[in-house]
Design a protein. Structure first.
Length: 294
């Protein structure tokens, strides 16, 4: 079967939100153009982030839908009114949440372009029974109501925050999807396992722990962890330090001799690991890894 290619565009409906792929029958669009397209909730205003690009249609994980049209002056006026009324809807929803004493943190209200639905995004520490709230909202706005609970990491993404580095948090600045990050990342990068130092505003492990993980894994390949016992050139040695920047491993032999070896020389030498310092820790934490997945 011949491969089928199509011209597609990446469209976002929410800043640093999920990117969706669409086709277009109009003239060539460019990044930054605003368009109308069908989102998961209905007709919505989106922004072209990339394209046009040629892509194999069979590689797409979802149905390829067309962009309805680029935004017109009339569309912009409708969008402006929707945003104004969404702000009013958010205040009404907040009042109803307080009326029902619901443990919810309302984050955003969004009207679909054709006003077929209002989507309310909220955060909560546990599941919330909002059935009565939905009834009140439906009676008030007389349209379809969608209450969407987001995870704590997405909550910080929507509200914004500063990272420990002093810059705007990565999730609010450019990250669109979250990778799974565990304590193994911090351990591999020889960081002090201090929750206050390696956790973000959301309370989960820092997203930036994943940025250099591949480099650390490559540089430390076949290098034992600090505290491990190795048989090195006929001597039983304990790994005292591993300096990834100098690429030097320091060993102390059972006779007290201190040995410093370059990574490359250590890999080429005759050695075997007698006891991995982290073996028991890895087994213990195998089912207890702290992950950022929501």
């Amino acid at each position: 079967m011949p491969e089928i290619y199509g011209t597609v565009y990446g469209v976002e409906f929410h800043s640093v939100g999920k990117m969706y792929v669409y086709s277009s029958s109009e003239a060539v669009l460019k990044p930054g153009d605003f368009v109308l397209a069908m989102s998961e909730f209905g007709l919505d205003v989106g922004r072209v982030r990339f394209g046009p690009v040629e892509m194999r249609i069979d590689e797409l994980k979802e149905e390829l839908r067309p962009i309805v049209r680029t935004m017109t002056d009339e569309d912009w006026e409708t969008h402006r009114k929707n945003k104004e009324e969404a702000a009013s809807a958010m205040q009404i929803c907040q009042d109803l949440i307080e009326k029902h004493s619901l443990p919810m943190r309302l984050l955003e209200a969004r009207y679909m372009f054709d006003r077929s639905r209002i989507v309310f995004y909220f955060g909560a520490d546990s599941r919330v029974d909002f059935r009565e709230l939905v009834k009140d909202l439906a009676r008030t706005f007389r349209t379809r109501i969608e209450l969407r609970q987001v995870g704590i990491r997405d909550e910080v993404k929507m509200t914004g925050s500063l990272g420990l580095c002093g810059m705007t948090a990565c999730c609010a600045r450019f990250l669109r999807q979250f990778e799974s990050i565990t304590l193994k990342h911090a351990k591999k990068q020889q960081l002090l396992i201090n929750p206050a130092k390696i956790s973000g505003r959301c309370g989960r492990l820092l997203c930036c722990l994943s940025y250099e993980q591949e480099l650390y894994e490559h540089e430390l390949m076949d290098i034992p962890d600090e505290g491990s016992l190795v048989d090195y050139e006929g001597k039983t040695c304990k790994v005292l330090t591993v300096n990834i920047f100098m690429k030097v491993i320091t060993l102390v032999a059972d006779d007290g001799q201190m040995i410093k070896v370059q990574f490359d020389d250590f890999r080429k030498s005759q050695k075997s690991i007698i006891q991995d310092a982290n073996a028991e820790l890895l087994i213990k934490n195998r089912d207890e890894d702290i992950s950022i997945d929501d």
